[in-house]
Write a protein that binds this ligand. Structure first.
Ligand code: IPE
Ligand code: IPE
Ligand code: MG
Length: 234
């Protein structure tokens, strides 16, 4: 598998809070540092030839955090998606979102729709932002979508299989090849449950704000040195 570039990389961007606390900073400053890192590292990942990049930006469970932290993150999303439109267009990156609308504010939702529209003709790569996202919720919502299509006569239920099921998820993306989680936590936290079924998983203790180009290259090298058999013999 050496030198193979994964088609779809997904990142659980964890550890912004701890990164900040360890430096005597506010958690919000960790989120801002994470945002800056994401812009640089994402560009590097896509420049390497990765076609699809999914990132976990905010989980459905993250609404349980303090109002101050949730408000900060929502404002950061609005500011970033407004100011970065040209960044995505210039780099030919199509932005899509995965997640539920409720309880996102109209302000956040509208800015998401706007950047999706503005970048809808971009062709080089796809950047999937999982925002107000939960993996179990995605499977439930996909099931409901499928039932609706069957009832409308648009889908024959007998034609549904594990391959074409991807078409009905929040976004029609290929399976995840490499899943990365930063900050030392060793769990999935309800991320992309259907799509990671055969993903190679890379855990690092590096907190997300420090997950730079070099850190990604380490993850990539680790991936490339694995013997990936997917059910066949070694
Ligand atoms: C990840 O960093 C970013 C979000 C969940 C939005 P955390 O905020 O979870 O940082 P830690 O895990 O508390 O350090
Ligand atoms: C997962 O990180 C969600 C995001 C990275 C947005 P969390 O920090 O919220 O996950 P848990 O709570 O440690 O499982
Ligand atoms: Mg965390």
């Amino acid at each position: 598998m050496k030198n193979d570039i994964p088609t779809h990389v997904a990142i659980i961007m964890d550890g912004n809070g701890r990164w900040a606390t360890r430096r005597g900073l506010k958690r919000s400053e960790g989120h801002y540092a994470g945002y800056k890192t994401l812009k640089k590292t994402a560009l590097h990942i896509l420049d390497k030839g990765v076609k699809y990049l999914s990132v976990f930006a905010f989980s459905t469970e993250n609404f349980k955090r303090s109002k101050e932290e949730v408000d900060y993150l929502m404002n950061l999303f609005v500011t970033a998606f407004k100011s970065d439109q040209n960044f995505f267009i210039k780099n030919d990156i199509k932005v899509v979102f995965s997640g539920r609308k409720e309880p996102l504010s109209d302000e956040v939702y509208n800015v998401m729709k706007e950047i999706e529209n503005e970048t809808s003709n971009c062709k080089k790569t796809v950047f999937n932002v999982c925002l107000n996202y939960g993996g179990q919720a995605e499977i439930v919502d996909t099931t409901k979508k499928i039932v609706d299509l069957v009832e409308e006569g648009k889908l024959d239920i007998n034609s549904l299989d594990t391959e074409n099921y991807y078409h009905y998820l929040y976004n029609d993306l290929p399976p995840v090849d490499l899943l990365i989680r930063t900050s030392g936590e060793i769990r999935i936290s309800n991320f992309m449950l259907y799509s990671i079924s055969y993903a190679e998983i890379y855990f690092t203790t590096t907190c997300f704000p420090d997950f730079d180009e070099e850190e990604f290259d380490k993850a990539l090298l680790d991936y490339q040195n694995r013997n990936i058999t997917k059910g066949t013999v070694k």
